[in-house]
Design a protein around this ligand. Sequence first.
Ligand SMILES: [Zn+2]
Length: 199
Amino acid sequence: MTYKRTKVKGSRAKLREYFLQNVDRILDSDTLREVAGTSEWARRVRELRNEEGMNIVTHNDRSDLKPGQYLLVDLKPLPSFGRDISKETRAYVLDRNGFTCQMCGAAAGEPHPFDQGRKTRLHIGHIIDKSMGGTDAPSNLRAICSVCNEGASNLTLNRPETIKLIAQVRRAPTKDQIEVLKWLIQKFEKLTRDFLKST
Ligand SMILES: [Zn+2]
């Protein structure tokens, strides 16, 4: 192993260095545990991802990875990760957005509609990017899944199949279902009236 082992270096720093030396290479949990020298290694990896914005993916993000495999995709920090956003704000935004990706409609924890082998993981993204003057205020934040966050929007711009569309509406919060209903009634006003008359 090529990483430097020093007594003063913490396990997170050791893992950071090891990932940086192995960009785009699949690392397994045994190796990472050994590098970190602690049973808390998985927590340290999560910190690298969530606090430092390292683009480390697992089988939850990519169907080509097996459980226990980790991969630092590249050196670009996760762009819209909102590391400086408080836990409270994250929770507020996720709840407001019904724990649903605001780009593709995928629901947190469920298989991603465009990659069934992958569980939907939500991040907090900026609507107007910070580089464009956007702020960390909740009004400029939204829930974004890791698929959309990685810019796979060419996939997500496809029109959803009817069955997937209905599934999304079914699992949406009631207030959002009512929004859909309102929008449909408004769009199909005459049809709605005819429909109600006939039932
Ligand atoms: Zn999405």
